[in-house]
Design a protein around this ligand. Structure first.
Ligand code: HEC
Length: 109
Protein backbone atom coordinates (compact mmCIF):
# COMPACT_ATOMS: atom_id res chain seq x y z
CA UNK A 1 0.00 0.00 0.00
CA UNK A 2 2.62 2.50 1.06
CA UNK A 3 4.94 1.40 -1.72
CA UNK A 4 2.29 1.57 -4.34
CA UNK A 5 1.27 5.06 -3.36
CA UNK A 6 4.86 6.21 -3.33
CA UNK A 7 5.13 4.86 -6.83
CA UNK A 8 2.02 6.68 -7.95
CA UNK A 9 3.21 9.86 -6.32
CA UNK A 10 6.42 9.60 -8.28
CA UNK A 11 4.54 9.24 -11.53
CA UNK A 12 2.28 12.17 -10.79
CA UNK A 13 5.28 14.17 -9.64
CA UNK A 14 7.00 13.54 -12.93
CA UNK A 15 3.90 14.45 -14.91
CA UNK A 16 3.65 17.64 -12.93
CA UNK A 17 7.23 18.63 -13.66
CA UNK A 18 6.82 17.88 -17.34
CA UNK A 19 3.39 19.35 -17.77
CA UNK A 20 1.91 21.71 -15.33
CA UNK A 21 4.64 23.90 -13.91
CA UNK A 22 3.91 27.57 -13.75
CA UNK A 23 0.63 27.62 -11.97
CA UNK A 24 -2.32 27.65 -14.40
CA UNK A 25 -4.73 27.05 -11.59
CA UNK A 26 -7.96 26.70 -13.47
CA UNK A 27 -6.34 23.77 -15.14
CA UNK A 28 -6.89 21.90 -11.91
CA UNK A 29 -4.97 19.02 -13.41
CA UNK A 30 -3.49 16.13 -11.53
CA UNK A 31 -1.69 17.88 -8.80
CA UNK A 32 -0.84 15.50 -6.04
CA UNK A 33 0.15 18.21 -3.67
CA UNK A 34 2.41 16.20 -1.42
CA UNK A 35 -0.34 15.53 1.11
CA UNK A 36 0.96 12.28 2.42
CA UNK A 37 -0.11 9.12 0.66
CA UNK A 38 -3.44 10.28 -0.62
CA UNK A 39 -4.01 11.54 -4.13
CA UNK A 40 -6.33 14.42 -3.32
CA UNK A 41 -7.23 15.04 -6.92
CA UNK A 42 -8.42 11.46 -7.35
CA UNK A 43 -10.44 11.61 -4.15
CA UNK A 44 -11.96 14.86 -5.32
CA UNK A 45 -12.83 13.45 -8.74
CA UNK A 46 -14.50 10.44 -7.15
CA UNK A 47 -16.50 12.26 -4.46
CA UNK A 48 -16.90 15.92 -5.32
CA UNK A 49 -16.61 16.49 -9.05
CA UNK A 50 -20.23 15.61 -9.78
CA UNK A 51 -21.29 18.76 -7.95
CA UNK A 52 -18.22 20.98 -8.13
CA UNK A 53 -17.00 20.09 -11.61
CA UNK A 54 -13.99 18.12 -12.81
CA UNK A 55 -11.96 21.32 -13.00
CA UNK A 56 -13.38 22.94 -9.87
CA UNK A 57 -15.47 25.12 -12.17
CA UNK A 58 -18.70 24.45 -10.32
CA UNK A 59 -21.94 22.74 -11.36
CA UNK A 60 -24.79 22.44 -8.93
CA UNK A 61 -22.22 23.23 -6.25
CA UNK A 62 -20.18 26.45 -6.33
CA UNK A 63 -16.85 26.71 -8.13
CA UNK A 64 -13.88 25.88 -5.93
CA UNK A 65 -11.14 27.04 -8.27
CA UNK A 66 -10.17 29.93 -5.96
CA UNK A 67 -11.48 28.55 -2.74
CA UNK A 68 -8.08 28.75 -1.04
CA UNK A 69 -8.23 32.52 -1.43
CA UNK A 70 -11.57 32.68 0.37
CA UNK A 71 -11.42 30.04 3.08
CA UNK A 72 -8.64 28.69 5.25
CA UNK A 73 -7.66 25.04 5.23
CA UNK A 74 -9.46 24.64 8.56
CA UNK A 75 -12.66 26.16 7.26
CA UNK A 76 -12.58 23.98 4.18
CA UNK A 77 -11.90 20.94 6.34
CA UNK A 78 -14.88 21.81 8.49
CA UNK A 79 -17.23 22.22 5.51
CA UNK A 80 -16.17 18.90 4.00
CA UNK A 81 -16.57 17.18 7.35
CA UNK A 82 -19.88 18.70 8.39
CA UNK A 83 -21.44 19.86 5.16
CA UNK A 84 -23.17 23.17 4.59
CA UNK A 85 -26.82 24.02 4.69
CA UNK A 86 -27.34 24.82 1.02
CA UNK A 87 -26.84 21.29 -0.30
CA UNK A 88 -23.29 20.38 0.58
CA UNK A 89 -23.33 16.90 2.13
CA UNK A 90 -20.94 16.26 5.02
CA UNK A 91 -19.05 13.07 5.76
CA UNK A 92 -18.33 12.09 2.16
CA UNK A 93 -14.68 11.54 2.92
CA UNK A 94 -12.81 11.05 6.18
CA UNK A 95 -9.45 10.79 7.82
CA UNK A 96 -6.45 11.07 5.54
CA UNK A 97 -8.58 11.68 2.49
CA UNK A 98 -10.38 14.52 4.18
CA UNK A 99 -7.12 16.06 5.36
CA UNK A 100 -5.54 15.74 1.95
CA UNK A 101 -8.46 17.23 0.02
CA UNK A 102 -8.80 20.13 2.48
CA UNK A 103 -5.13 20.92 2.08
CA UNK A 104 -5.28 20.52 -1.68
CA UNK A 105 -8.27 22.86 -1.98
CA UNK A 106 -6.70 25.42 0.35
CA UNK A 107 -3.89 25.69 -2.22
CA UNK A 108 -6.33 26.65 -4.99
CA UNK A 109 -6.00 30.42 -5.14
C1 HEC B 1 -24.43 16.76 -3.87
C2 HEC B 1 -23.59 17.78 -4.40
C3 HEC B 1 -22.26 18.05 -3.70
C4 HEC B 1 -21.24 17.17 -3.46
C5 HEC B 1 -21.16 15.69 -3.79
C6 HEC B 1 -20.18 17.95 -2.85
N1 HEC B 1 -20.57 19.26 -2.69
FE1 HEC B 1 -19.47 20.74 -1.87
N2 HEC B 1 -21.07 22.00 -2.03
C7 HEC B 1 -22.27 21.71 -2.64
C8 HEC B 1 -23.15 22.85 -2.54
C9 HEC B 1 -24.56 22.95 -3.11
C10 HEC B 1 -22.43 23.85 -1.83
C11 HEC B 1 -22.93 25.23 -1.42
C12 HEC B 1 -23.50 25.13 -0.02
C13 HEC B 1 -23.83 26.47 0.60
O1 HEC B 1 -23.26 27.49 0.18
O2 HEC B 1 -24.62 26.48 1.54
C14 HEC B 1 -21.13 23.27 -1.53
C15 HEC B 1 -20.12 23.96 -0.88
C16 HEC B 1 -18.82 23.49 -0.73
C17 HEC B 1 -17.73 24.25 -0.18
C18 HEC B 1 -17.82 25.70 0.31
C19 HEC B 1 -17.74 26.60 -0.87
C20 HEC B 1 -17.91 28.05 -0.50
O3 HEC B 1 -17.67 28.89 -1.39
O4 HEC B 1 -18.27 28.36 0.63
C21 HEC B 1 -16.63 23.45 -0.21
C22 HEC B 1 -15.22 23.80 0.25
C23 HEC B 1 -17.04 22.19 -0.77
N3 HEC B 1 -18.38 22.25 -1.08
C24 HEC B 1 -16.19 21.13 -0.97
C25 HEC B 1 -16.62 19.86 -1.38
C26 HEC B 1 -15.77 18.70 -1.41
C27 HEC B 1 -14.30 18.68 -1.07
C28 HEC B 1 -16.55 17.65 -1.81
C29 HEC B 1 -16.16 16.20 -1.93
C30 HEC B 1 -15.69 15.57 -0.73
C31 HEC B 1 -17.88 18.18 -2.04
N4 HEC B 1 -17.88 19.52 -1.77
C32 HEC B 1 -18.96 17.43 -2.49
C33 HEC B 1 -22.60 20.51 -3.25
C34 HEC B 1 -21.84 19.36 -3.20
Amino acid sequence: MKMKNKFLATIFGAALVLGACGGGDDNAGDKDSAAGDVNADKVYQANCATCHGGKLEGKNGPALANIGGQLSEDEIHDIIENGKSGGMPGGLIKGEELDAVAKWLSEKK
